[in-house]
Design a protein around this ligand. Sequence first.
Ligand code: GDP
Ligand code: MG
Length: 196
Amino acid sequence: MASDSITHMFKLVALGDGAVGKTSCIRRYTEGSFSEQYIMTIGTTFALKTLTVDVPGRGKVNCRIVLWDLAGQPTYNELRRRYMAGSSMAIIVYDVTRPQTFLNVGEWYTRFTTVCPNAVVAVVANKIDRPDRLVPPEAGEMIEKWLGVLHFETSAKTGDNIDIMFDELVKRTLLKQEELGISTGVQLTGRPTKLI
Ligand SMILES: Nc1nc2c(ncn2[C@@H]2O[C@H](COP(=O)(O)OP(=O)(O)O)[C@@H](O)[C@H]2O)c(=O)[nH]1
Ligand SMILES: [Mg+2]
């Protein structure tokens, strides 16, 4: 796709506890790959994805997402806020084999919506391929109702629901921006900036 045909650009941030699969979801989506190894990179990395979505009543829309992936858990609120600022969407990921990561979703949600109240949020139950699953699907469905977020069950390992999730997020974000009256020109929201 030629760059000049891209009409929308969005920033997405990946949130959630350590080792839940944030990097793996992004990598699966942008590179189509997966690694069993847990490599904790330092700092923030960006990945790009260009896609065409079919929006009802609007036809095909060419979009680019800048996916922000923060390694480690930022202890400083200010760093976290800067990382989140300007996002049109977020994924809050938990690991279905570790209930504590599910219990922390509410806190991630509050932190994020304080900074980006108009963004579209998806809560993601990841690692559904694992046989030692402890958090049942019903828990995620409750979160979806309580918080009014999107909810997906994914596996970055097998690729289950990964593309569907990101595509749906983009569609919802396009509709939301229209609702909010944000113009249809190229939205350079969330252009990567230096953090420190
Ligand atoms: N079985 C399984 N393992 C996963 C999945 N997603 C991530 N992992 C593994 O979980 C570990 C942490 O993943 P990573 O993406 O680095 O987590 P992050 O710290 O949230 O970015 C790695 O060893 C991954 O291979 C998944 O869907 N299924
Ligand atoms: Mg990571």
